[in-house]
Design a protein around this ligand. Structure first.
Ligand SMILES: NC(=O)c1ccc[n+]([C@@H]2O[C@H](COP(=O)([O-])OP(=O)(O)OC[C@H]3O[C@@H](n4cnc5c(N)ncnc54)[C@H](OP(=O)(O)O)[C@@H]3O)[C@@H](O)[C@H]2O)c1
Length: 298
């Protein structure tokens, strides 16, 4: 395991559970309570939300479940995001799909998320995507306010380049602790663009969204056969499953990547947690890297 930095800079779990697809899972409130409980039992206590997930409905579904068993709240670290506007029947006041990172919008969005989730505060707020109109002073004003009134304990970003991260950080008193970006054995872009080196240099935790490439990793038409074979070979050598090796591959990176799981099936989360005890050799790690790149290292 990679413990160079404490994951997430607070007592977050080594794997996080994402709730982007929650509205598709078709769970009753009680089934969702059980899913949250079993995730906690498995050791996955960090949960990842966003205001817009499920057409602005996922936070509310989660909040309803949490209200049925309030004692679960203190066992969770709740992350949510803001900064994207989506036209929706649930938000009739929004007229176009764009970004809004104004001070007023960030504060108002957090107030709404707290109401939806039925909690008093968030462990972490992430700006969902960088905006070409990002004014770091306006964001800093919102973050300082939310921190001061106790509504948000920690802050981070998502899909930010190292430069965008540094620009925002330069206006903040508090450290940005997370950059959540797309990382998987299929999606190598952020392994090569300086994002992970920047994270290591500044003790920022990279969180990996879509660690299984949104499920493409498991589809014959979603993955290159060479990469499939490479992962399957390592899985066989470790007597582990394909998904566990994909996670072990991310976990092996020295930046301390925290994968954000996306399945609503508890047995998949439980299997994922077992990946924490799988340690890939450098030979195995590079076999997957080379297969994904499609050529040997230079
Ligand atoms: N910050 C951002 O911009 C951003 C963007 C996207 C996502 N996210 C976060 O990242 C989280 C994860 O993203 P994701 O849902 O795309 O993750 P993912 O794990 O890459 O993809 C989930 C999909 O893979 C399938 N799957 C998972 N494990 C499987 C297995 N062992 N065998 C077969 N299929 C499997 C799931 O199907 P089943 O449900 O049937 O298991 C689901 O359809 C989201 O919930 C969200 O919190 C953040």
């Amino acid at each position: 395991m990679n413990h160079q930095y404490h994951p997430l800079g607070f007592t977050g779990s080594r794997l996080a559970q994402g709730y982007w697809r929650l509205a598709e899972w078709g769970m009753s409130d009680q089934e969702l309570v059980r899913f949250i409980e079993q995730s906690i039992e498995a050791g996955i206590t960090t949960v990842d939300h966003a205001d817009i997930y499920g057409d602005y409905q996922c936070e509310t579904l989660f909040g309803k479940a949490l209200a049925l068993k309030p004692e679960l709240r203190d066992k969770l670290q709740i992350i949510t995001k803001c900064g994207i506007l989506l036209p929706s029947a649930n938000r009739p006041e929004i007229s176009s799909q764009r970004y809004d990172q104004s001070t007023g919008h960030i504060i108002q969005s957090v107030d709404q998320s707290l109401k939806n989730l039925q909690v008093e505060s968030l462990e972490m707020l992430l700006l969902h995507r960088p905006s070409p109109l990002m004014d770091p002073d306006h964001i800093a004003e919102a973050f300082e306010h939310l921190y001061t009134v106790g509504k948000v304990k920690h802050f981070g970003v998502s899909n930010f380049s190292a430069q965008q991260f540094d620009l925002l950080q330069s206006r903040l008193d508090m450290p940005l602790l997370v950059n959540q970006v797309e990382l998987s054995p299929i999606e190598l872009k952020h392994f090569k663009d300086g994002t992970l080196e920047h994270a290591q240099q500044h003790a920022v935790t990279p969180m990996a969204w879509s660690p299984f490439a949104g499920g493409d990793l498991f589809k014959l038409d979603g993955i290159d056969p060479t990469l499939h074979h490479a992962i399957a070979n390592v899985a066989e050598a470790h007597q582990a499953s394909f998904d566990q090796i994909a996670l072990a591959w991310l976990l092996r990176h020295p930046s301390g990547i925290v994968p954000v799981l996306g399945s609503g099936k508890i047995e998949r989360a439980q299997a994922a947690q077992q990946a924490l005890s799988i340690s890939l050799s450098d030979d195995e790690w590079f076999a997957i890297w080379v297969a994904s790149q499609g050529h040997p290292v230079p």
